[in-house]
Design a protein around this ligand. Structure first.
Ligand code: MN
Length: 724
């Protein structure tokens, strides 16, 4: 349908608005180029409309607007943004773009076309797509910034899409685009992507938190004023040019914290942070010195929590973030986070990598980001037959939770949280990794499994006699180290496994026994190997330890369940519990996912991956987020409810202070007061603390909530939460 005059005017107005909002930044010549790109795209997309009915061209204009205004990008990027869907959606080719706009723009549009092409192909495995996204990103970072702008606009305007498409886009956003934005330091973009995706996936939870934030706002504003007033007074007195304000956490991060710490909205103390942004004085020392002067002013007024000073001024985060964070005791006895940064630092925090002036018109980015990119390229060189490990690797590549350690010479290296001394060894050099025997951490000896802490100084002790060990796989964390280790182990392991198998076979023969799964299970328990691991590893360990006849005899006599204090099993086998799910088409079979065990009343999502079978996951299940980004087209909408008679197996974990009779008190509550069927009850006690896991049958989500609340009120019980 042709556009109406009113629509044509809207298009022109929106474009003029784009030009005027970027005017001051570009030369007249560049603005002419931008106009040319707009005319081209406008004609190319004519008279196509979006699902919502509005002219399609409004989308590329909005994307260009985000690039220019929110991401502070240059004219070349604005041009590429205006043209980003032309090759994808019209008859024009990349060659046409090159003819009119030159090679640079054509290459960017080609990159953007490849990305959108792969994402919309519904049947291919999504990890291939992620690979392509990351490859094109590492070639020209502007391409991924435009892609993020594209995604941001799409997720802001999803309303007219069918539900399953919305869910797919939301999952993809949470799985890859938000982490990329975070990694690039684009905090505002990341928060908006996440909040929008969360709103689509769990509208009820989103609106609840949104409402609570609104309800508590006036109270919060009052508190922030009271808190900041004395600080502002002192800073004015000292003649600082500053701005102090309170900023709320994003809705999604509040939700994540509630889930992670198993707390309610009301129990979150750091709903907001105080931010002090200042222009450094000319003759008052370095930016760093001035940050600490202000820190000193703040802590003269409010007492700091000593373990909560985060100095990202001296050592910026890997995504270039700089600021001084501290937590202080506020006037009402609450902990309050205070962030101190200069205007320049604030600019980096807002625009991330896009804040570096050198890359408005070039492909260059900060040195940290370059290093990150080379890591990504390395990860993708890994050969991986099924792609699942690659997905996990990419995920950890995207993770920003990192720590910084020092080499003996005082250089810094950064690692994901949880990395070990062995990861450090492999990061220094692969041969150092292969020959590592132990680590010196701050001049003390530790095993290679030592988990790195922020600020550690590490030295790796090596030996020429050392060879890579299979058991290292249990604690090595980074994809790069894992990859090197695997490569070297493959050579060794085949011959070792053969040796181990012969050894075991000969010993057992003396006892007139043969190798059975039961025997292998006992050996695994002895070596503390995961029961899920294959036999190869077991044989290798037998060879490595050179297991003796006597040891083997001892192992076979041992009982594997030593640790448990109490084990309880009450009838009610799982097979008796019928599963009851109702979907839009009633002919399918249903499987409730084992990983998250959704209960009636939980928000759920279905996947029709295998023919005639729907797998039902909790909407929040990490596995489901992964699946929905991999199999976006296989998502089916499912309502999950059950009649009142049926019961479902679920788990609770709890911790508390061990006291006489606490277990019987708890079972009393469960079986007598609530009339709940318990399947198993496991308690471990150490140093006066107990940890427990209960498996029990409940009818639905509300039942479970009631049980959790009752248990929380039992004397001595500290934390109670659902385990899956
Ligand atoms: Mn687009």
């Amino acid at each position: 349908m042709e556009f109406t005059d009113k629509e044509k005017k809207t298009i022109d107005d929106r474009f003029e608005n784009l030009v005027s909002s970027c005017l001051q930044k570009y030369s007249d010549e560049r603005i002419e180029d931008v106009r040319k790109a707009f005319d081209f795209a406008n004609k190319a997309h004519y008279p196509i409309r979006r699902k919502s009915g509005e002219p399609y061209i409004l989308h590329p204009i909005s994307v260009a607007q985000i690039c220019g205004v929110e991401l502070n990008m240059g004219a070349t990027s604005i041009i590429a943004a205006l043209l980003h869907d032309v090759v994808e959606d019209t008859d024009y080719t990349v060659e046409d773009i090159e003819r009119y706009f030159g090679l640079e723009v054509a290459k960017m549009v080609e990159g953007l076309t490849k990305i959108s092409g792969v994402i919309s192909v519904s049947n291919s495995l999504q990890y291939e797509n992620f690979k392509k996204i990351l490859i094109s990103m590492t070639q020209d970072i502007r391409v991924i910034l435009i892609k993020l702008a594209d995604r941001l606009h799409n997720i802001r305007t999803l309303d007219s899409m069918p539900r399953h498409k919305q869910l797919k886009i939301a999952s993809e956003t949470l799985f890859i685009f938000a982490p990329i934005a975070h990694r690039l330091g684009l905090y505002a973009v990341k928060n908006e992507l996440e909040d929008n995706a969360f709103k689509i996936k769990q509208p009820k939870e989103f609106h609840e938190i949104e409402q609570k934030l609104k309800d508590t706002e006036s109270h919060r504003v009052l508190f922030i004023n009271k808190f900041t007033l004395p600080i502002a007074a002192r800073l004015t007195e000292k003649q600082y040019d500053f701005d102090v304000s309170g900023r709320s956490k994003s809705i999604y991060s509040i939700y994540q914290k509630m889930q992670r710490k198993s707390v309610t909205f009301e129990e979150i103390y750091d709903l907001f942070a105080i931010r002090i942004i200042f222009t450094p004085k000319k003759e008052d020392g370095s930016e760093k010195e001035q940050c600490f002067k202000i820190y000193s002013i703040v802590t003269d007024i409010y007492k700091p929590r000593p373990d909560r000073l985060r100095d990202w001024v001296t050592t910026p985060k890997e995504n270039d973030y700089e600021a001084l964070h501290s937590t202080v005791m506020g006037p009402n006895g609450n902990w309050v986070e205070v962030q101190i940064r200069t205007v320049r630092m604030d600019n980096i925090a807002e625009y991330g990598c896009a804040a570096h002036s050198n890359y408005k018109e070039e492909q260059k980015s900060g040195k940290y980001i370059d290093k990150w990119f080379s890591h990504i390229r390395e990860t993708m060189d890994t050969e991986d037959p099924n792609g699942s490990e690659l997905m996990d690797n990419l995920k950890s590549t995207l993770s920003t939770n990192e720590i910084i350690v020092f080499t003996p010479k005082g250089d810094t290296r950064s690692f994901p949280i949880g990395s070990t001394a062995l990861d450090y060894a492999y990061d220094i050099h692969k041969e150092i990794g292969n020959m590592a025997i132990s680590a010196k951490v701050n001049y003390k000896n530790y095993p290679l499994s030592y988990v790195l802490k922020n600020g550690d100084q590490i030295e790796i002790i090596t030996s020429k006699k050392q060879t890579p060990q299979e058991k290292w796989l249990d604690f090595v964390q980074t994809p790069r180290a894992r990859q090197y280790l695997r490569k070297n182990l493959n050579h060794q392991s085949t011959s070792l496994a053969k040796k181990g198998r012969e050894l075991l076979h000969n010993h057992l023969k003396e006892m007139k026994l043969v190798v059975t799964p039961r025997i292998l299970e006992k050996i695994r328990t002895y070596f503390d190997i995961d029961q899920g691991k294959d036999d190869l590893l077991t044989y290798i360990r037998v060879a490595q330890e050179d297991i003796s006849f006597e040891t083997l005899k001892k192992i076979l006599r041992q009982n594997s369940k030593e640790k448990k204090i109490l084990f309880w099993n009450i009838g009610n086998k799982e097979s008796n519990v019928k599963k009851n799910a109702i979907t839009t088409s009633a002919k399918n079979n249903y499987k409730l996912a084992e990983c998250c065990r959704p209960l009636p009343g939980d928000p759920v999502q279905g996947f029709a991956i295998k023919p005639n079978s729907i797998e039902i996951h909790h909407l929040n299940c990490p596995e489901a987020i992964k699946l929905s980004s991999q199999y976006g087209d296989k998502i089916v909408q499912v309502d999950w409810f059950s009649d009142e008679q049926k019961a479902f197996l679920t788990g609770i974990k709890l911790t508390g202070i061990d006291r006489m009779g606490i277990i019987s008190d708890m079972t009393q509550v469960l079986t007598k007061e609530l009339n709940i069927n318990i399947r198993s009850l496991n308690f471990y006690s150490h140093d006066g603390i107990f940890e427990g896991a209960i498996e029990l049958y409940v009818r639905n989500f509300d039942d479970l909530q009631e049980i959790i609340n009752k248990l929380k009120r039992t004397k001595g019980v500290d934390k109670v939460f659902r385990s899956a």
